[in-house]
Design a protein around this ligand. Structure first.
Ligand code: PHE
Length: 437
């Protein structure tokens, strides 16, 4: 359940619709699904095996499993760097969610009615302003740290066991509302009809990045969770459930968002603000009171979903410092949070006040987004599959996946074939082709 909490978050409700819209809809969805099950889920099993077998956090896990090949720990280091950049951006968007929750509950969103332009303007004014997004991300950061420091993660996870199904119910309500708006079918067509002419090499890489981001794999977070998994849990079955529920929620939010995008006359290629520009329209079309009610609960649940994901990223970073033996939990967490809030503020301002400052042709917000999806996780993923496929002895991997021979692992030959050949080749081909396009 904790891993589901890590997987389900802004990646499903904010990032999936925005990336899917940006790279062409249906064809992207198809490629995304292929990556989710053939690479993402396999990678999740790899990370669980590495974590549970070594009982260590990200970097140390690699050195424990391959004590004579210490170079492989660089894959873990790459994961830590990835987590560092991901959390900064994650807190920015979590801050937006928090801010929208305040706006929903105080009726500010409802005031705008179904004026699509006003809602859009509100989002761009808000997201490019200096103070409010930074304050909100800082509040969210403190919230994440408090949960970890107070040791109430397990409490949060228990609560989210109840709340996440509620989020699904709410998404279903929003799907119904969105689908009954005028012109909604166009959105469904966009999401489910694959038009391959819209798919680019970069879109394929983005689909891979989104699959990894959404499943929280390719940065070592699942290694840390793997190290906490009880010896008798079935890793294949757990990975299957996590992958299926995460994907189901992503598609559900696509169904809630795309019909409304077309009905409101917005562009599916609207970028990072897509969900925030579309959803208020959906709520406001429910009537004032119902709108305020549903919008408030929705943004609150989304913030909690974001919190359970942020916890897992912060946990990966502090577990690395704690496991290296130099710091206590409290100092490790405080250190990471301070550094991270500074980076997050830069990311936030990079989309607004500092948008004229470019790195590799992108402002800092977009640059971090690309780093977090297109470059770092696929690279770390490549290292992880190569490590488990070629470095760790096959018997050890089989032993871990079959719980020392006590559960059947009939999928093992296929899994091994994928992590040794299919996944590495696919990852290399995608990288090289994007580079040349
Ligand atoms: N999977 C999370 C989401 O979809 C984000 C995440 C990425 C969490 C990496 C942990 C590690 O929102």
């Amino acid at each position: 359940m904790a891993a589901v909490g890590s997987a389900v978050g802004l990646g499903n409700i904010w990032r999936f619709p925005y990336i899917c819209g940006k790279y062409g809809g249906g064809a992207f969805l198809l490629v995304f699904l292929l990556f989710v099950f053939f690479i993402g889920m396999m990678l999740m099993m790899c990370e669980f095996v590495i974590g549970r077998r070594s009982r260590h956090a990200t970097v140390q896990a690699y050195s424990t499993l391959a004590p004579h090949k210490r170079g492989w720990r660089m894959v873990g280091v790459l994961g830590i760097v990835t987590c560092f950049f991901i959390l900064a951006q994650y807190w920015v968007i979590s801050g937006w969610t928090l801010s929208y929750f305040f706006d929903a509950i105080t009726g500010r969103l409802a005031q705008m009615g179904q004026d699509t332009e006003a809602i859009k303007d509100y989002f761009s004014t808000f997201s490019t302003s200096a103070a409010r997004p930074v304050v909100c991300l800082a509040i969210f950061a403190v919230l994440t740290a408090v949960v970890i420091l107070a040791g109430v993660q397990r409490g949060i996870e228990k609560v989210s066991k109840l709340l996440m199904p509620l989020l699904v119910v709410l998404l279903l309500v929003m799907c119904v509302r969105s689908l009954t708006l005028p012109g909604a079918t166009k959105g469904l067509e966009y999401l489910f009809y694959p038009d391959f002419s819209k798919l680019t090499a970069e879109g394929v890489l983005a689909a891979l990045g989104q699959a990894l981001f959404s499943l929280s794999v390719g940065m070592g977070a699942m290694i840390v969770y793997g190290s906490y998994i009880p010896a008798d849990s079935n890793l294949f079955r757990s990975s299957m459930w996590i992958t299926a529920s995460d994907t189901f929620i992503a598609i559900l939010s696509g169904v809630a968002i795309f019909p409304a995008v077309f009905s409101c006359g917005l562009e599916p290629t609207g970028g990072a603000g897509l969900s925030f520009c579309v959803l208020p329209n959906v709520f406001n079309s429910m009537g004032t009171l119902a709108g305020i009610f549903f919008a408030s609960i929705f943004f609150l649940l989304l913030a909690i979903a974001a919190l359970t994901s942020a916890i897992s990223i912060l946990e990966t970073l502090s577990a690395f410092l704690i496991d290296s033996g130099r710091l206590k939990r409290s100092s490790a967490t405080v250190l990471v949070v301070c550094a991270e809030v500074m980076l997050a503020a830069v990311v936030s301002l990079g989309g607004g006040m500092w948008s004229h400052i470019h790195i590799a042709g992108q402002n800092f917000f977009n640059f971090t987004d690309r780093l977090n999806s297109i470059y770092l996780p696929p690279l770390c993923a490549l290292g992880t599959v190569l490590f488990l496929g070629w470095v760790v002895p096959s018997n050890d991997v089989y032993d871990e996946l079959s719980n020392h021979g006590t559960v059947k692992a009939t999928f093992y030959p296929l899994f091994r074939f994928i992590i040794r050949y299919v996944a590495p080749l696919a990852l290399i081909i995608i990288f090289v082709s994007t580079f040349f396009s």
